[in-house]
Structures are given as C-alpha cells and as structure tokens.
Write a protein that binds this ligand. Structure first.
Ligand code: LLP
Length: 428
C-alpha cells in the first residue's frame, strides 16, 4: 500500500510502513497509553518557529505565541525556552504562562471582553501590552490602572476591513466583526488614549483571521495599518511597535499557505519601502506553530457498513476534535501501519461515539480498516485539545510530547470523576 501524503513537518513519517513521530513509533504509544491520545513533536514546533525566526532575522521582533491554539503547559515551556512571548486572551491563560515559566514581560493581552479583575491581574504581573478592542474598554483599563497607581501599556486593535478569504467563523478583520476598533474611529481613539493618565500608548495591532492561505490579505493589511500609523503619528501620538497578529494557515488537505519566512520577507520589504522597517514588530501566530506538530490517535471501535453509508466508529469524538463539527474542517486520517491490509479499502464516514449526528471526524474517507486498528488524525496540534470538552461525560484525552526518542506524558487522561469533581449533590 502506498503511504498517504503527510502534511507539515518531516517529523511525521512512515518508516518501514509504520507511522513515527520523531523517533517514536506511534503504535507503541497507543498501546502503552491508550486512545484517544494527542501526541506532539517538540522538533516540529521548533521547526515551525524557526521559519518565523529566519523571516524576522536582524529585526527588532517579538514572536508572541497565541496560546489559545494549544495551551498545554509543556507546549508553552517549549516556546518560552525558545525565547517566545505569549498572546493571551484571559486571566487563566496568564496563569498558565506563569506556571510554565514564561516571561510575563513578553505577554500581550488580546480579546474583546477583558474583565476589571483580569486587567488588574495582568497589570500587577507587568505584561508588555494590552491590545484594546473598544472605546469603553480603554476607559475601564484607564480606571483600573489609575486605581493601582500604574500606567497600562496599550495598543489599539484596529479592524483593517480586509477579507482574509477563510472560513467566516475564523475571519476577524472585516467590517461587522466584533473584533477591533473600526478604521474610521482609530485616530480619535488614539487621541483619547494619549490623554488618559492611566495609559501609555505603545503600539498598534491587527489580526485579520485564521487559516489564511494567501499572502495578499496580509500585504493589504500591512498597507492599511501603515496608512493608519502615519495618520495617528501625524495627530501627535507616536507608536513604538506594530503588531500584525497571527493567522497564517497550515496544510490540512493539500493547502499551500506561504511559508512563514517567505511571507515575512515580503512583508518586511513592504515595511522597508514605506520606511517602517526599523520599528519593533510583534506577531501572534498560533496554529502555524503547533497545528502540524500534533496528531490524535484513535482506535476503531466498530465498523457498521450500511446501504447508504458505511460508518467507522472511532473512540475520539467531537469533544476531543471539535473542528469538523464546528467549521466543517478537514483533518487527514491515516493508518498507523501501511503494510498490505487483509481487507479492501472502503469509503467510510469516520464518526465518534457522541450522541449527535454532527459528531463526525471525516466524511467519505477511503480506508482499509478493521475493528481494533488505530488511526491517526493529523494536523491536530492546534485548536483541538484547547477546545476539547467533557460533553457526554467523556474525560479529555491524555497528551504526550515526544522529543527525539523520549516520550513525556504532559497531561494525564481525565477520569469520569475528574469531570464531575467540582459538582455537589443536593442536601437531604
Ligand atoms: N491573535 C488573535 C487576536 C487571535 O484572535 C488569534 C486567533 C490569533 C492571534 C492566532 O491565530 P492563528 O495564528 O492561530 O490563526 N478555533 C478556530 C481558530 C480560532 C482563531 C481565533 N483567534 C479553528 O479551529 O480554526
């Protein structure tokens, strides 16, 4: 059987017909730790990071990993040790950065609904910047900072009204999106921010969407941002840093996003041409750093061939892998072994055990499978475990990080008791 095409980094490969991640045979992990099981490659994460580092070499730049993509402490450790900062969206994420030994001075705080308590927590911790998303938020942040006798470093997230040409649920920079401040209100908002005693304006920020597979929306966003920077500075508010957000896509199904280094070479040429090449640059990549560094191993529980459809029921479900149900997302599903199977390949609907028709992992997949086989769901490093739930009282999967031939259990499998540990019975 010809091995299927594997997206992403070379750390995931068939060797002697067996699927390996770095120097670990995935079938061994499934056997030892059970399924569903997330497995991440440290080398693949660092290789993805290196592409950004090459693209930004020689510039004043800070890569703030958007940890919502995968906030497991061990993953954060990998990026913290490699010098990254973090883009957080909650007080909880800030606590994770601290728990993983990240540098709080390299943390930026995004999100449309920061609470006073979260602002206070982040100000006391001493983060690098609040990316403010509304005029009211600006006023509240000022009040919180004044009460603490502090000055909050702020950047305003502008909505550049650029179409990232991606799924509507993950496109964020268009008019009518809840994110950022409208282009037309930007200069006035900066002028207001500059007058507030509890604030220190440090930058400007945008993020246009996620799983972007073309360079053009980025080039447009850079142009629009730089136009705004000129207007804001002409109005008397200087900006130290320019934050271009995240959003770069990965290969799920033959997608061909630009490589991070190639993209940044083009973006920097634009910044240079417009005289902004020496500014401090910040970026907030999430998916492109971790997405293709992870797989989810899942075992085939039952095969149920039928007249209309054939169902391959696996032990991972929408609570583990929510992206297909939420965004009709495609994840490749491949066997752990591609020695000639004793069965013919058939078209399967790969579905989970959750009681919902929307609980599918892959439609119409050509697979030669038998009951008990283990499959790998690919590109599962981003927005899978971090979005996993306990729906149907299913404990969340365990997570393994591999480094060469070493295996680390970085999160234990949740038990049913863990799922209801915080619940209390009624008295009597
Ligand atoms: N910065 C901000 C302000 C963001 O909102 C996001 C993602 C990022 C950075 C990182 O974007 P990335 O580089 O990962 O594309 N759950 C969806 C994706 C939601 C993205 C939300 N914001 C999915 O599974 O496709």
């Amino acid at each position: 059987m010809t091995p299927p095409h594997l997206p992403g980094q070379p750390q995931l490969a068939y060797r002697n017909n067996q699927l390996w991640l770095e120097d670990v045979r995935l079938a061994n992990l499934a056997q030892e730790y059970g399924t569903p099981l997330f497995v991440y490659s440290r080398a693949a994460m660092l290789a993805a990071l290196a592409a950004y580092q090459r693209g930004l070499q020689g510039r004043k730049a800070l890569i703030c990993y958007a940890m919502k993509a995968n906030s497991s402490l061990a993953v954060l450790q990998v990026f913290a040790r490699a010098g990254c900062g973090f883009d957080i969206v909650s007080g909880g994420e800030l606590q994770r950065v601290l728990a993983a030994g990240g540098d709080v001075k390299k943390v930026i705080f995004s999100g449309v609904g920061k609470t006073r308590q979260e602002m206070q927590q982040a100000l006391i911790a001493g983060i690098a910047c609040f990316n403010v998303e509304s005029e009211q938020e600006l006023e509240v942040l000022n009040e919180v900072a004044v009460t603490l006798g502090a000055r909050a470093p702020v950047s305003i997230r502008v909505n550049p009204n650029v179409d990232p040409k991606t799924h509507p649920y993950i496109s964020t920079g268009l008019k009518g999106s809840k994110f950022g401040i409208a282009h037309e209100r930007t200069v006035a908002t900066y002028q207001r921010a500059a007058q507030l005693k509890g604030l220190r304006v440090v930058g400007i920020d945008c993020h246009i969407g996620s799983q972007i597979t073309q360079a053009l929306p980025y080039l447009d966003a850079v142009d629009r941002m730089l136009d705004l920077v000129q207007e804001i500075e002409a109005a008397g508010v200087p900006l130290e840093h320019l934050d271009f957000g995240g959003g770069l896509g990965i290969d799920y199904n033959g997608d061909q996003p630009p490589a991070a280094d190639a993209l940044w070479t083009r973006l920097l040429a634009k910044l240079d041409a417009r005289g902004f090449g020496q500014r401090q640059i910040m970026i907030e990549p999430g998916r492109s750093l971790v997405g293709n560094a992870g797989v989810c191993l899942t075992q085939v529980l039952y095969l149920k061939p039928g007249e209309a459809k054939n169902f391959c029921i696996v032990d991972a479900a929408m609570n583990d892998l929510p992206r297909p149900a939420m965004y009709q997302a495609f994840h490749q599903i491949v066997p752990l072994s591609c020695t000639a199977p004793p069965v013919h390949s058939t078209t399967w609907e790969v579905v989970g055990p959750v009681c919902e028709s929307g609980d599918w992992i892959g439609h119409e997949r050509e697979l030669a499978v038998q009951q008990g086989d283990v499959l790998a769901v690919l590109s599962a490093g981003a927005y899978c475990m971090s979005m996993a739930s306990n729906y149907n009282t299913r404990g969340r999967a365990a997570e393994i990080l591999v480094d060469g031939d070493c295996t680390f259990v970085v999160r234990a499998r949740e038990s049913a008791q863990d799922c209801f540990a915080l619940e209390r019975l009624l008295p009597g």
